[in-house]
Design a protein around this ligand. Structure first.
Ligand SMILES: Nc1nc2c(ncn2[C@@H]2O[C@H](COP(=O)(O)OP(=O)(O)OP(=O)(O)O)[C@@H](O)[C@H]2O)c(=O)[nH]1
Length: 564
């Protein structure tokens, strides 16, 4: 975020703080006046219950706006009223006189002066060092810092086959001169340049140590350890195992993507507090949606689709705990992490809230820095878990069941809007012999390499899944036969150009693909079967290439495919 943007956030937070003060001053006069009139009767009890709720809200929100002493006193006063609220009806009236004594009102009156004192000397507890981190596309770029021109050329050439845009530099100053905007990239650097790079990291916020991979001629423990000490994300001895290096770049960029951003929905009925959280979390690089009316929770969930839901507990007349239960009525939200953000301090109540449909509890008030770091960590975890459930562990691509769901969705979309989309089935050629000759681990590297290539070569809107062992499905929305054939032929060519090595032997692998156009079939399943049949046709006609189902039909093959 630019400095201007940061100043803007600070100004908005200051405005919220002023609004909070103005509201609280009005509430103080009103509530103190009412509590003074509370007699030992039913109307008096109602006033005390309202007063308790009001103090509870103040205790939770004041600290967030920087009114620490004020918030602590409000909390102490809330606890004074707690026994009345908690006790049996018969005892309540008798307790009133004891609780509402001179001491209670002296402390209640002190709230006004505490508010004024805190307002004078407390700074807005805003994040000082925010990061906006939503730049995964930039990670396709790899900056290569290698003084040896021959090695640099060879590596740049090999990595570009995996779909990376490689920019080579022979020195750190040359790299810095070319990247003045400091876009986030993966950096592959010869470890000899390590001492020059360290000061650069200290001064450039966009360069991240964890996105650096060192190359080294010396593969000793000491050198590897030194690289780890710098916080580097990878280490490769020379000569480089290129597929493994490409794989590491991919892993780093995926880890980065997971840790960047995150979607959080906040349900908080206090409007100033909700806006404060929104500004602070947004400043911390998260996408935020806030709702102050709990009745909107279901609609907003469906629209915003958050990674986590942050929910206040006391939102009279609603309870966050019951809302969490209600959210869980819908199977789709069973796995959504719900974190209570509440000023509730009673441990038993906290545990009971978590037991009834929530996942965790954050106590209010919480500092801005801590809120951002806790929420970010929860988002990363939520994304990792969601990914584990739906993504193939070897490649990170969609699993069989998910890709079939996506295909069904795309099929309906094409039907509804009369759009064109293609589905392709891809299968590695003679893959059994790769495993048999070089071992299963090398076979895994080949599978991952194809997955990475597909991720890079295809558009963001294309959908890729691992359908089976060495079989992949690709869905290409808004893509006709001619375009799909061109794209997949390009993938085939790129893939067959990758050089793998194992046991000092270099080898290449090819793939066969079949393509079908969704709209030409009566169901998504039938289109997939057709793509599969076209792929087998390619296997029987020389492999290493693409077959269109429609051309295969024209030449008389594939009569058996169901078209409905
Ligand atoms: N390394 C590795 N191998 C796998 C994985 N899943 C499936 N395979 C292997 O993929 C191979 C598939 O072999 P086949 O179905 O005979 O096909 P092929 O050898 O590729 O022959 P064609 O498809 O006719 O070109 C088998 O050896 C499986 O064990 C995996 O996750 N990792």
């Amino acid at each position: 975020m630019s400095n201007g943007g940061y100043q803007d956030v600070v100004a908005k937070l200051e405005t919220l703080k002023s609004q909070f003060v103005a509201r609280v001053i009005a509430e103080l006069d009103l509530n103190i006046g009412r509590l003074r009139t509370a007699g030992p009767d039913e109307p008096g009890l109602a006033i005390v219950r309202d007063g308790h709720d009001w103090l509870h809200r103040l205790a939770g929100s004041a600290g967030t706006f920087g009114f620490t002493a004020f918030g602590e006193t409000a909390r102490a006063l809330e606890l004074c009223l707690q026994p009345v609220v908690d006790s049996e009806r018969a005892d309540q009236q008798a307790m009133l006189a004891q609780v509402l004594d001179v001491n209670f009102f002296t402390r209640l009156d002190s709230l006004k002066s505490l508010l004024a004192a805190d307002a004078g000397d407390s700074a807005i507890p805003v994040l000082q060092n925010s990061v906006t981190a939503t730049v995964p596309e930039a990670l396709l770029r790899v900056d290569l810092l290698e003084p040896d021109p021959a090695l640099s050329r060879e590596l740049a050439d090999s990595l570009s086959r995996y779909g990376y845009e490689v920019v080579a530099f022979d020195s750190v100053p040359a790299f810095l001169a070319s990247n003045p905007s400091g876009g986030i990239t993966t950096i592959i650097a010869n470890i000899e340049l390590q001492d020059e790079l360290q000061p650069v990291f200290d001064h450039q916020r966009q360069l991240h140590r964890e996105l650096v991979i060192y190359l080294s001629r010396d593969d000793s423990f000491d050198v590897r350890y030194c690289a780890a000490v710098t916080g580097a994300g990878g280490f490769f001895p020379l000569p480089v195992d290129v597929p493994a290096l490409a794989d590491r770049i991919e892993q780093l960029s995926q880890e980065w993507e997971e840790s960047a951003g995150g979607r959080v929905m906040v349900v908080e009925d206090d409007e100033e507090l909700a806006e404060h959280y929104r500004l602070v979390l947004d400043q911390g690089g998260l996408s935020v949606s806030t709702i102050t009316r709990p009745a909107e929770v279901m609609t907003q969930l469906a629209e915003f689709r958050p990674d986590i839901l942050l929910m206040d507990i006391n939102m009279a007349p609603y309870s966050g705990v019951s809302l969490a239960r209600m959210v869980r009525f819908q199977p789709e939200w069973l796995g959504l992490p719900i974190v209570y953000l509440s000023s509730e301090q009673n441990r038993d109540t906290q545990i009971s809230a978590v037991a009834q449909g929530g996942d965790d509890f954050i106590e209010k008030p919480i500092s801005d820095e801590r809120l951002v770091s806790v929420v970010k960590a929860r988002c990363v975890r939520a994304r990792q878990l969601a990914k584990l459930a739906s993504r193939d562990s070897l490649t990170g691509l969609m699993k069989h069941s998910l890709i079939k769901q996506e295909l069904a969705k795309e099929y309906s979309r094409c039907q509804r809007y009369s759009q064109v989309a293609a589905v392709a089935m891809l299968d590695l050629d003679h893959f059994k012999s790769v495993n048999d000759t070089y071992g299963h681990a090398t076979g895994d590297t080949v599978i991952r390499s194809l997955a990475n290539l597909l991720r890079h070569r295809l558009r963001k809107s294309d959908i890729i899944g691992r359908y089976g062992g060495e079989e992949f499905v690709v869905i290409l929305p808004d893509c006709d036969e001619v375009q799909a054939e061109r794209i997949l032929q390009d993938v085939c060519d790129q893939f067959s150009g990758l050089v793998f090595s194992s046991q000092n032997t270099e080898f290449e692998v090819t793939l066969s693909a079949g393509i079908a156009i969704l709209g030409e079939f009566g169901s998504a399943e039938a289109a997939l079967n057709a793509a599969d049949e076209a792929m087998y046709h390619r296997k029987n006609h020389g492999r290493n290439g693409v077959t269109l189902y429609s051309s295969m039909r024209q030449t008389g093959a594939g009569e058996g495919v169901a078209s409905g």
